[in-house]
Design a protein around this ligand. Structure first.
Ligand SMILES: Cc1cc2nc3c(=O)[nH]c(=O)nc-3n(C[C@H](O)[C@H](O)[C@H](O)COP(=O)(O)OP(=O)(O)OC[C@H]3O[C@@H](n4cnc5c(N)ncnc54)[C@H](O)[C@@H]3O)c2cc1C
Length: 482
């Protein structure tokens, strides 16, 4: 099967016939929906990039699993260079779309499931790994998008799954039938779900003995009976439905998150990759989270490139680009953005092979990367807001620019540095608004905070991985303390 183009990918989604509730209405025609289309275009970019002569070498890789050339977004990393190339690919996608392009979660989930199923089989004599290999070889050959579904609703955060008032607040195996299991529950915040072909379900946290029903990892097609979708809102999202899309900010691309409900969904045995393996649920979560924390050292840096570029252009348009404090601020934005990239590259370079053979990032450095991602994009956004000026929050609408009664005033009073048109200045302001306070801020800021887990989760991992005892011993040795 040849690698799909963006167009072939978009056509492949149509045959899935999925529908969703969007803004309170059931919607069958997702392809043409104004809220969905930009997010599909962003995923389509990941397909087209594998055909673009400038990037095809970065996006294509031969997979030993299926013996074919595959898109790197479906690849199982086989070296630390593969991990580095993943981050470079993600930065390119972020910088080219200016948004979350949604295809990373499935890639990160697959790499985690691959090594975890291997380890589980080694210890417990199970046969999950061969199943997963067969499944993933099929995904690679078909060049599919797979949603990585980890986050459960979790109900009362102070209680374990079995102590919740409703056991479905953590997705679980509700029933066993000949040939498979029936799952029930929900996954929240699912990135790119309606642009996916498959869902790879994982437990949301380390389970304990007695919580076997919630220790389930399996795959279901997006159009499996019983799966329901409710579309997530983003700030200013309905601007995408307006006739003139000038106020959207990012005219072509966008992100997507979807609440996904599993109402008694049957999963055949061949798609079950961990069932009741409480001991390995924590391993899976830890590995997935670490790959995904590495990812943000690429994708968010790419989106940061767009925000920095827009801010520098805004400064030129306002005639302040030569001012020393503005140049300092843009230097600082670059410094922060490249710090994130350095973290993404560092945890990749230090990657090591798992027992299964695929490479895992350095856990400590991946968590440092993500903890920085929970902070630095907010500072970059703050500096962009400073440089852009107050119009970022007060600019009249595209409709006012088009209205002959108000347009002359806008053209007169929004003029700044004379080399630039007012319309172009408005475009740049709207793009900065999109990324700092609009729909794009979901991907650039809120996802930077919570995606792959909130800051406390990274701190726990840093404490675990920091090798404190070795550091204490070094000091004792240095000072001859027994
Ligand atoms: C834009 C976006 C995209 C996402 N995409 C995906 C995706 O594709 N797939 C996916 O599976 N998930 C996805 N997520 C989910 C993401 O992983 C979660 O949002 C994250 O793990 C935090 O979980 P939560 O939202 O339930 O917040 P909570 O867990 O409620 O966290 C809120 C706060 O409470 C604290 N807290 C939570 N529980 C406890 C506790 N027991 N004790 C003390 N403090 C606690 C946290 O540290 C945090 O400060 C996405 C999230 C966002 C925002």
């Amino acid at each position: 099967m040849a690698l799909k183009t963006g167009e072939q990918y978009l056509r492949s989604l149509e045959s899935l016939n999925i529908s969703a509730h969007i803004l309170g209405r059931p919607t069958g025609e997702l392809a043409g929906h104004g809220l969905v289309q930009p997010s599909r275009q962003a995923v389509a970019f990941t397909y087209d990039a594998a055909h673009d002569p400038a990037t095809r070498d970065l996006f294509r890789v031969v997979s030993p699993l299926c013996q074919e050339e595959v898109n790197r977004f479906t690849h199982l990393h086989l070296s630390s260079q593969d991990l580095v190339n993943k981050v470079k690919m993600q930065r390119h996608c972020g910088a080219s779309t200016g948004c979350c392009f949604q295809r990373c979660v499935g890639m990160d989930a697959a790499n985690a499931v691959y090594s975890t199923t291997f380890d589980c089989d080694q210890k417990h004599g199970t046969s999950y790994h061969a199943r997963f290999r067969d499944y993933w070889a099929w995904v690679q050959r078909q060049d599919l998008v797979v949603d990585g579904a980890m986050t459960d609703p979790k109900g009362d955060r102070g209680k374990r799954p079995k102590d919740q008032v409703d056991p479905d607040l953590f997705l679980r195996v509700k029933e066993r039938r000949p040939g498979g299991v029936v799952i029930s529950g929900a996954k929240l915040h699912q990135t790119g779900m309606l642009n996916s072909h498959e869902i790879l379900v994982m437990p949301t946290m380390a389970m304990r003995p007695g919580e076997e029903a919630w220790a389930i990892c399996c795959a279901v097609p997006v159009n499996a009976p019983g799966v329901r979708y409710i579309y997530g809102r983003q700030a200013s999202d309905t601007r995408k439905l307006e006739a003139d899309t000038l106020d959207v900010g990012n005219p072509v691309f966008g992100g997507q998150e979807v609440m996904t409900v599993f109402e008694d969904v049957f999963v055949p045995d061949e798609r079950v990759f961990l069932d009741g393996e409480v001991e390995f649920s924590g391993t899976l979560v830890e590995r997935f989270a670490s790959y995904h924390r590495q990812s943000y050292g690429g994708c968010k840096v790419g989106v940061g490139d767009v925000l920095i570029g827009a801010t520098a252009l805004m400064a030129r348009m306002n005639g302040v680009d030569k001012a020393s404090h503005i140049r300092e601020k843009i230097i600082e934005m670059n410094h922060l953005n490249e710090t994130l990239y350095a973290c993404g590259l560092a945890c990749s370079h230090e990657g090591r092979p798992t027992a299964a053979g695929n490479y895992l990032v350095d856990l400590l450095l991946a968590n440092v990367c993500k903890l920085n991602v929970t902070r630095l994009p907010y500072e970059i956004a703050r500096l962009a807001t400073d440089v852009a000026g107050g119009l970022l929050g007060t600019l009249p609408s595209a409709a006012d620019l088009a209205n002959p009664e108000t347009s002359p005033y806008l053209l007169k009073y929004l003029a700044a540095q004379p080399d630039y048109q007012v319309l172009d200045r408005v475009k740049v302001l709207r793009l900065i608004e999109n990324l700092t306070a609009g729909a794009g801020a979901v991907g650039y800021l809120i996802e930077s905070m919570h995606g792959a887990g909130p800051p406390a989760a990274q701190r726990i991992m840093i404490e675990r991985q920091a090798g404190m005892e070795a550091k204490v011993q070094k000091v004792k040795g240095l000072l001859s303390i027994a």
